[in-house]
Ligand binder design. Structure first.
Ligand code: BGC
Length: 469
């Protein structure tokens, strides 16, 4: 039974019906995918669970949400000046960035990307940090700045337990990294030690931050209502400005801070089982194929590293059950890891354009000449999985808007999935409006929070140091 207030929501979360020549198979596919579809009541339940996990996390009770204090108590105020280095570690490319800030605005930005081979990403942590230090030296020396003291902000996009603005204990690896021997270590210290071992630059690590934090901080320079930072990319996470008096985990001396940025680490939402009511056999299999099984439940439902795999698992099951690709072999499409999320985004373009051109293009890459039913089913599966991701993210954001309780909130967003998926933004706008009625919000695209945002955070750290020492 749908309660009257949820009727609009129930209607809005419908996806287009599957068009199929054979009614029996159509019905079977729809039934098979039913578990991926939420009722309005399920969405309400997700909202409530998220709300309660946030509350527990902030009060240091057992929760799958870390609600980590970032120790960043203020946003840029337009006085940030000087040369700063920013490091961005989170994906297969490590970026070193030099920024010159004038009145809080980046007037110069030099960037170099360094590829991180899998042997560094999945080996011991010390060689990884030695490599990072080597990249920093290479960059700084090339800029001719080896003798200049450079304040640095380190964007480290993994869960950390922060003891202060420049102490971050690695809680767990995610995405494509797994160097187990440094879990539990302070990554700032590891970086400082690696830079000291080289001794060829004068870099001063002032702050460690998460990419969501960098995005929020950078967003705040563009729109003063920005109080949420969101990443929907390879991984996913959000952070927000919390009232300081609500934050219990605070290890350094307080100085009358009114607010502080909290890193939610929502990728792990549900790791304690609270979201098991939405887990499907497709999710179980996608998790089993992942680098770190049984962790990052929520991230595996929504983010770019996993969405393609969820779609692939569904397609593989439907094929095995004789429901699709009856006349043509799906070839390499069904090999683990082969259907990447950018291809899902590409296929979703067809739902916007109302044709099958992109779907055909993607299938052709795998040597498949599909019939109309296959085209339609592949598109349908991409839509259902993408729509579920949009709903999940929107359910959490709606609760965050309630928690923040400000008249107007701008959500600074970055990440490849958000940028390249043709429908996420539209769905999110629609769903958040329905799930947080009366709340004024805006989704704002922000570029390079991990770079510019990190430099701004380093400048804020400098300012706080001067003020309190
Ligand atoms: C990490 C977060 C990060 C997010 C987006 C997740 O896997 O745990 O710290 O913010 O990815 O990059």
């Amino acid at each position: 039974m749908v309660v009257p207030a949820d009727r609009a929501l129930q209607e809005a979360i419908q996806v287009a019906p599957l068009i199929f020549s054979d009614d029996v198979r159509r019905q079977k596919i729809e039934n098979r995918l039913e578990q991926m579809r939420f009722s309005a009541a399920t969405v309400r339940r997700i909202q409530n669970v998220f709300k309660s996990e946030m509350e527990k996390g902030i009060h240091q009770k057992i929760s799958s949400l870390q609600m980590e204090n970032t120790y960043i108590p203020e946003l840029p105020n337009g006085t940030e000046e000087g040369l700063f280095l920013a490091l961005d570690l989170g994906g297969t490319n490590f970026r070193v960035i030099l920024l010159e800030l004038v009145n809080g605005v980046a007037v110069r930005e030099d960037v170099k990307k360094y590829h991180i081979d899998s042997e560094f990403r999945m080996g011991s942590g010390i060689p990884l940090f030695d490599y990072l230090a080597e990249c920093v030296s290479d960059f700084v020396i090339n800029e001719g700045l080896q003798d200049v003291e450079l304040p640095l902000g380190f964007t480290f996009s993994f869960p950390m337990i922060q003891h202060s603005l420049d102490v971050g204990i690695l809680a767990t690896w995610t995405k494509s990294f797994n160097c187990p021997d440094i879990v539990g270590k302070d990554v700032v210290q590891l970086l400082r030690d690696a830079l000291d071992r080289r001794g060829d630059t004068r870099v001063n690590v002032l702050a460690i931050l998460n990419d969501t934090t960098g995005t929020l901080v950078q967003g705040a320079t563009q729109d003063s209502n920005t109080v949420i930072g969101l990443i929907l990319g390879t991984g996913s996470n959000a952070c927000y400005m919390e009232r300081a008096d609500k934050v219990e985990h605070w290890e350094v001396e307080r100085h009358g801070e009114r607010e502080v940025i909290i890193d939610i680490e929502w990728g792990a939402f549900g790791d304690n089982g609270v979201l098991d009511f939405i887990k499907t056999d497709f999710d179980r299999e996608s998790d089993a194929n992942s680098l770190m099984v049984n962790s990052f439940t929520f991230e595996k439902y929504i983010s770019g590293k996993y969405l393609g795999e969820v779609v692939r698992v569904i397609l593989a099951k439907l094929t095995k059950e004789g429901l699709i690709f009856v006349n043509h072999s799906p070839g390499g499409l069904l090999t683990t890891g082969n259907l990447t999320t950018d291809l899902v985004s590409h296929i979703e373009q067809d739902s916007v354009d109302g044709d099958y051109n992109s779907t055909r293009e993607v299938l052709a890459k795998f040597g498949i000449i599909p019939d109309d039913d296959d085209l339609s089913a592949v598109q349908y599966v991409c839509e259902v999985a993408s729509n579920r991701a949009a709903l999940l993210v929107s359910a959490c954001l709606s609760m965050l808007l309630e928690r923040i309780d400000k008249e107007e909130v701008t959500i600074a967003v970055d990440g490849s999935l958000y940028k390249h998926h043709p429908r996420l933004e539209g769905w999110m706008n629609q769903y958040i409006s329905l799930l947080a009625p009366g709340r004024k919000f805006k989704l704002m695209n922000v570029e390079d929070g991990s770079g510019k945002g990190a430099a701004l955070v380093a400048a804020i750290a400098q300012r706080l140091k001067k003020r309190f020492i």
